[in-house]
Ligand binder design. Structure first.
Ligand SMILES: Cc1ncc(COP(=O)(O)O)c(C=O)c1O
Length: 381
């Protein structure tokens, strides 16, 4: 199988799988236990934490291990808003966030918070002026994703960060699930105050992620129990998930071949653009590993099935919305032309892709177009 759905999830690397087994065999004790085995496990947990903080250049910060990006985003939105509500009840995010941000923000609206959802342009990018207009004295939290998971658009994180720091005391949180390892993002200088990471998007394991803050700030807990993770996230921490998260972050930071992703994206764009009925979505602003294209008058599923028959795995816009028939909120937000709305597919690269696979993709793509032109669709005649 040629796997081009790395934004949905990636294949775990051999190193991560080996570490997972080893840590489970040798370090299975409860890190909260006082005995020697427990202290050894705790030491490994802390070592992983330190490594993660070094990678994101926040040695003074805090890593809260979570079950993945969804939980870390919920913790950031619900936890920071509730913790700082004495300062104000205004929050800003965008219209194209992952559902784990948008649904958490909607929950806060039910609790009496006021949320502004910034619009994006046709490239899927917010205007910094729009953020400036919405910032208020009572804004306590701003959350902006770095790279959109459906179309790959990149937000101006540094500019947002500078503006928020100049104008307010609000916490600036970034969902870096899709960008970490592909675009520079750290919690230093003009970086944000907090960010979300998910291991399974970077050749780590599902069920593993973190909310990382640059300073000693923590959100209010959103679950209750034994008070692990400084009381922020109760539950026995999985040391193997923590250690493999650190390992995946280290490996992806060291060896992701971003130049190859950029080259592949350019090659595929040049190839696909030969067909006038196909449109590149977020062409100018997208991250190197995501290519979103839209077919005129064709359903994305039709393309996905054709590629599948030819042993190539791609997806419609996102894994979360790919099973529902509704047009995704991201595609609505960028105001994609009506004839293209149903025809969006996403090709996303990872470490195990090769030049030969791009050649194969190009061939199958043209086979698909020829099939359509032979009479399946009026637009393609
Ligand atoms: C941008 C973004 N944020 C958050 C998530 C959720 O991460 P997880 O699958 O680890 O819960 C995803 C997963 O698709 C994502 O793409």
């Amino acid at each position: 199988m040629i796997y081009f759905d790395n934004s949905a999830t990636t294949e775990p690397s051999e190193e991560v799988l080996t570490s997972f087994v080893e840590v489970n065999k040798r370090f299975f004790a409860n890190p909260a236990s006082l005995h020697l085995a427990g202290r050894q496990v705790d030491a490994l947990l802390e070592k992983s934490r330190e490594q993660i903080l070094n990678i994101v250049k926040a040695p003074e910060g805090i890593v809260t291990y979570t079950s993945g990006g969804t939980e870390a985003n919920n913790l950031a939105i619900l936890g920071f808003a509730r913790k700082f509500k004495h300062r104000g009840k205004h929050i800003i995010t965008t219209k194209i966030e992952h559902p784990s941000i948008i649904e958490a923000a909607k929950q806060l609206e039910l609790e009496g918070f006021e949320v502004d959802y910034l619009p994006v342009n046709r490239e899927g990018v917010i205007a910094i002026e729009a953020l400036a207009e919405k910032l208020r004295d009572d804004t306590i939290l701003v959350s902006v994703m770095h790279v959109n998971n459906e179309i790959g658009s990149i937000q101006p994180i540094e500019a947002c960060s500078q503006l928020i720091r100049e104008r307010t005391r609000a916490i600036f949180h970034v969902d870096a699930v899709q960008s970490f390892g592909k675009l520079p993002i750290t919690l230093t200088g003009d970086g944000p105050d907090a960010m979300t990471i998910s291991a399974h998007k970077i050749h780590g394991l599902k069920g593993s992620g973190a909310l990382i803050t640059r300073a000693q700030i923590t959100p209010e807990a959103i679950n209750y129990g034994g008070g692990q993770e400084e009381g922020v996230r109760s539950g026995t921490v999985s040391t193997s998930h923590a250690a493999t998260l650190a390992r995946a972050m280290r490996m992806v930071a060291e060896r992701t071949n971003v130049a190859a992703y950029e080259r592949w994206r350019k090659q595929l764009i040049a190839h696909v653009e030969q067909v006038p009925e196909v449109k590149i979505v977020a062409k100018e602003t997208s991250a190197p590993h995501i290519l979103s294209i839209a077919f005129k008058g064709i359903k994305g599923e039709v393309a996905v099935n054709f590629f599948q028959k030819n042993n190539i795995t791609i997806s419609t816009s996102s894994a979360c919305s790919s099973k529902s028939n509704d047009v995704s909120h991201v595609i609505e937000a960028i105001q994609l032309e009506e004839q293209f709305k149903d025809g969006v597919i996403r090709i996303s690269f990872g470490e195990f892709n090769t030049d030969e696979q791009m050649t194969q993709f190009k061939k199958v793509f043209m086979d698909f177009i020829h099939l359509l032109k032979r009479g399946k669709s009026n637009d393609f005649k």
